[in-house]
Design a protein around this ligand. Structure first.
Ligand code: OXD
Ligand code: MN
Length: 570
């Protein structure tokens, strides 16, 4: 940005700012800044003003003073409530209809449907790999929503229009047009909309990867550090893993990012990742000093909480926060109602969130803002699989790894409008975030693996969520996941400590450190059963046929056939 302004300096035409600019001194200052804006930015604002007809216009400068002024304005308007127990922390209660991503109203607008999604399933079932909208339908949708929308009187303290919400992407023009929702995943346009959907399209055009992945650095007791990127579907513990406190003595984890990774090859052929976000937008329920102390320390200041409960002494509350409420303190639910433990409805919405600056996390990696990125040694896929899928396995090679990513499934979570514990396919944890046809996305990953001179990371799959017959988790998870990272690091270091199964390479029994975990048995953690994988392969074949059709790369179908053959021989 600095560069763009520099280049324009001196030749900036005197352009009068739009009439909606605020009056007085701020109008004069804004007018000056307006003149420095690049012409396409000015044109964008002018078009928006004409269309939406706001009462006032403000050109943000991003200064702390401006941040403070906006917070007090939102407090005065009843959108934000202060949380005096902490430093500069705020609570927002949204309209209860605007609490999650709305995948059904998230669209890719392209001339040809095939550029956005694979062909519709033969039976006419719902397309699960995104929604397409034609340019004329999009123009009509804009005309039905935007003209004068900022003149309309507010009907609640939370401006939204759930019946007409639309989150549209125009990948050819690198444009995003979002209407009707203030929920972060729909309205923080730099996040899912740009850093995943539009960026995945940029990445394909330019030969890199924009992925729904956390990035962490893991250092072994000898001081050797490696970086891994991991893709899990929403609300499957990415933030917890990214900020983990290892339960293995001598091991350390540093966080680079908890949700999105942009990965490009460097001159030596290594894949280097940056986190394009500057903060965390994490799920609150279940976060505690036991499960994620670093997240708890991160959100003690400068944080906006959305749809959590609150305490009468100005603190926050949610299911699993694991903090005693002081005697005499009362609780209020996310709906603003008095709440007592044991009430049938939760105190916090299951998808309630914290939004905090990343640099407040006590274990941010020293290189987390390095523009060169960090070198990735391993890529991990994972999901919530209550049965059948081993704790960890390694793909045989890159192509098999692409297959493993495409075959990911997980129980549905509260981050989107889906309900229940239904098992959903979620290829690469990108199902809601593809910026182009998912079949072409798989082809792009395969092409990355063919790149000349590439020193590719190894690929793994993990499942922290296996349950026993009584429904109890068989793996303690959280800090103990460091044990799995330790095995992954040993594989990256070239140790010969894996055994081959039809599904992939698993740790040999002596290679996974289970010391000090009474009741945790290797056999429970590594179920590889023929009936389970036969069913899994059958369901996957149907999923591929119905959702990718002929856009599934033949290499991926070949990997499925190879799995079926290996399973037959079990
Ligand atoms: C999120 C998600 O990160 O829904 O919020 O994936
Ligand atoms: Mn996410």
């Amino acid at each position: 940005m600095q560069k763009v302004i520099g280049r324009l300096g001196g030749c900036v035409p005197r352009v009068p700012p739009p009439a909606a600019f605020q009056r007085g001194g701020s109008r004069r200052k804004a007018g000056k800044r307006w003149g420095l804006c690049p012409p396409p930015a000015r044109q964008f604002v002018e078009e928006g003003v004409r269309l939406c007809r706001p009462r006032a216009l403000r050109l943000c400068d991003g200064s702390p003073a401006e941040g403070a002024a906006l917070l007090s304005q939102l407090q005065a308007e009843g959108v934000l409530h202060p949380l005096p127990k902490y430093d500069n922390c705020w609570l927002a209660r949204t309209d209860p209809r605007d609490v999650a991503r709305v995948e059904s109203r998230t669209v890719l607008v392209t001339e040809r449907e095939r550029d956005a999604i694979p062909p519709k399933p033969p039976g006419g079932g719902p397309q699960q790999l995104g929604n397409w909208m034609s340019p004329p339908a999009f123009e009509q949708a804009v005309q039905e929503r935007f003209p004068g929308c900022m003149e309309e009187p507010l009907v609640s303290q939370w401006p939204c229009d759930p019946a007409r919400t639309l989150v549209a992407h125009l990948p050819d023009q690198r444009r995003i047009v979002s209407f009707g929702s203030g929920y972060g995943g729909n309205s923080l346009l730099g996040k899912k909309c740009f850093a995943l959907r539009i960026a995945s399209r940029l990445a394909r055009d330019e030969g890199w990867l924009a992925e729904h992945m956390l990035i962490l650095g893991v250092t072994d007791p000898a001081g050797k550090k490696r970086y891994v990127a991991a893709a899990f579907p929403s609300a499957c513990g990415k933030t917890n893993l990214a900020m983990m406190t290892p339960a293995l003595p001598g091991w350390r984890v540093h966080c680079v990012g908890d949700d999105i990774a942009w990965m490009k090859f460097d001159a030596e052929g290594r894949l280097r990742a940056i986190n394009p976000e500057s903060g965390f937008f994490g799920v609150a329920p279940g976060t505690s000093m036991r499960t994620n102390p670093n997240a708890m320390l991160t959100v003690r200041a400068n944080t906006i909480f959305t749809n959590v409960g609150c305490t009468s002494d100005g603190g926050v509350y949610w299911e699993g926060i694991d903090q005693p409420v002081r005697p005499g303190t009362t609780l209020t639910s996310w709906l603003g109602q008095p709440w007592t433990p044991g009430d049938p409805q939760p105190c916090a919405h299951p998808n309630s969130r914290f939004c905090a600056p990343a640099n407040q996390c006590p274990i941010m990696d020293p290189a987390w803002e390095d523009p060169e990125g960090v070198p990735i040694d391993a890529i991990i896929f994972g999901g919530r699989r209550p049965e059948g899928v081993p704790l960890v396995y390694e793909a045989f090679n890159w192509r098999h790894g692409v297959f493993v990513g495409s075959a990911m499934r997980s129980e549905a979570t509260a981050a989107a409008e889906h309900t229940g514990r239904r098992l959903m396919h979620d290829p690469f944890a990108m199902r809601p975030f593809f910026g182009y046809n998912a079949g072409q996305y798989l082809a792009h990953w395969l092409a990355v693996g063919e790149r000349e001179g590439a020193r590719l990371p190894r690929i793994f799959h993990v499942n922290w969520f296996l349950r026993d017959g009584a429904g109890r988790f068989v793996w303690p998870g959280f800090g103990h996941n460091a044990r799995v990272l330790a095995w992954i690091c040993s594989r990256v270091a070239g140790e010969d400590n894996a055994k081959t199964t039809p599904v992939g390479l698993v740790p040999r029994e002596d290679a996974l450190d289970l010391d000090g975990l009474p009741g945790v048995s290797y056999a429970d953690l590594f179920p590889v059963s023929r009936p389970f994988w036969e069913k899994e392969a059958r369901e996957l074949r149907r999923y591929y046929e119905e959702n990718f059709g002929e856009d599934l790369p033949k290499e991926v179908m070949g990997e499925l056939s190879a799995l079926e053959e290996r399973v037959k021989k079990m």
